[in-house]
Write a protein that binds this ligand. Structure first.
Ligand code: ATP
Ligand code: MG
Length: 422
């Protein structure tokens, strides 16, 4: 029954039963965000291209080669959002939300990146993320890391780990930049073309290179930690102290710089061996300069983005999802007369008693209808055939306990059905 059309390359349909896992995760995310005091923000799926060029940074993978950009009918340069942080900051400024002081927001939705599709890497993917605006102290860094970690823990993902680093700030990063330039420049000709291009624009991005030609020089590059200024060092120490205090495990990786230009001081990732080459499920950090660079008041901020697809891959590898508990009613009518008798009972089970109730309107045999009940995850079957109609009875079968009961087909039948649950 294949159609003449296929989903666009790098996109996926989320079909049942996987879609139920998605909504369960989304519900958990919402509950967790609420527990930490984060309110939801929803922004448009497309924005003006300039927002990402400025907000994400010109010398990033995203802006250099991954954006879905087009000119609309009005001649505007438009891009499907490749990430949420720049749009969230744009919306926060446009809605003047910072006027009321610190602000905690979370988001959940699709992102678009023109990437080479592979396991855990798609052209349409989904992210959950948070942004915490208005606190410059290390408590906010701790808060967002703890929030991401809570989700990982809630799903019992054992091999996940937090990788942490500090990439300095406007005061000390220039020193590090200079040290990197001094390290790479004499050997620039041996670097990959991409790294050569990046060297002068943003030498930190060379550290992020995955090209084997760059590996040796990257490994011998000076460590950023040695050039951190006192303020950045104190901040980094305090974040680590808090993580220790809360018993949140992490490793420090001095070469982790993250792909986006706007980070300062703390950067972190959550990685898992299960994901292979796409090892990172969550990335975040502090971006104290971004709000001002997009035209707002100077505002410290910290956040993260977590990939839903990769997270679910991790969950599936660690703990295969338990089959959901069975609930609700499968109404099985045999014949037209039984069907018309059952329809209002099903409606009443839903409307008056809030029960899940399913019914197949075809003329299938009982056996086929029980299969449908299994597929629907129904706990009970309500069976009405010609014999039952004649006797004025309805059979209620518990599909888990395999017990059966006959209920009179008179009065408020739905009430009697619900009563029998006890
Ligand atoms: P990578 O190094 O794997 O390209 P990234 O640094 O580009 O990741 P971020 O921009 O930090 O990723 O995005 C945060 C998270 O969003 C990632 O850790 C990942 O889980 C998810 N993500 C990013 N791009 C994709 C994609 N193309 N397909 C699926 N998930 C993605
Ligand atoms: Mg990427």
């Amino acid at each position: 029954m294949a159609s003449n059309f296929a989903a666009p390359r790098g996109t996926q349909d989320i079909l049942p039963p996987a879609s139920a896992q998605w909504s369960a995760l989304e519900a958990r995310i919402r509950a967790l965000a609420e527990q930490f005091g984060y309110a939801e923000i929803r922004t448009p799926i497309f924005e003006s291209t300039a927002l990402f060029a400025r907000g994400v940074g010109e010398a990033t993978d995203i802006v250099e080669k991954e954006m879905y950009t087009f000119v609309d009918r009005g001649g505007r340069e438009i891009t499907l959002r490749p990430e949420f942080t720049a749009p969230v900051v744009r919306a926060v400024l446009e809605g003047n939300l910072l006027a009321a002081g610190p602000l905690r927001l979370f988001y959940l939705g699709p992102i678009f990146r023109y990437e080479r599709p592979q396991k855990g890497r798609y052209r349409q993917a989904h992210q959950f993320g948070v942004e915490c605006f208005g606190f410059e102290g290390p408590e906010a860094d701790l808060e967002v890391i703890a929030l991401a970690w809570s989700l990982v823990r809630a799903y019992g993902i054992d091999d996940a780990r937090i990788v942490l680093n500090s990439i300095g700030d406007a005061a000390c990063r220039p020193r590090y930049r200079a040290a990197l330039l001094e390290h790479f420049r004499p050997h620039a000709a041996t670097l990959s073309e991409e790294s050569q291009r990046r060297l002068e624009r943003n030498p930190l991005r060379v550290l992020d290179s995955k090209d084997p030609r760059d590996a040796a020089l990257v490994a011998s590059a000076p460590a950023l930690e040695s050039t951190l200024c006192d303020g950045c060092r104190a901040h980094f120490d305090a974040v680590r102290g808090y993580l220790d205090l809360l018993g949140i495990p992490y490793v420090v990786d001095p070469s982790m710089v993250r792909g986006l230009d706007y980070y300062e001081r703390t950067v972190f990732e959550i990685t898992s061996g299960i994901l292979g080459a796409q090892s990172s499920v969550c990335g975040g950090g502090r971006y104290d300069g971004l709000v001002a660079s997009l035209g707002g008041p100077p505002t410290p901020a910290v956040g993260f983005a977590l990939g839903i697809e990769r997270f679910l891959l991790m969950v599936a590898a660690c703990a295969p999802p338990a089959p959901p508990a069975r609930s609700g009613y499968q109404a099985i009518a045999l014949g037209a007369q039984a069907r018309s008798r059952l329809v209002p009972i099903v409606a009443r089970l839903r409307d008056a008693y809030g029960r899940a109730a399913f019914m197949d309107y075809g003329d299938r045999r009982v056996k086929a209808q029980f299969k449908i009940a299994d597929r629907n995850g129904a706990r009970y079957a309500l069976i009405l055939g010609t014999d039952e109609l004649e006797r004025g009875e309805l059979v209620r079968r518990d599909l888990v306990d395999r017990t059966e009961q006959r209920l009179p087909l008179a009065g408020d039948v739905a009430a009697a059905i619900v009563e029998a649950e006890r």
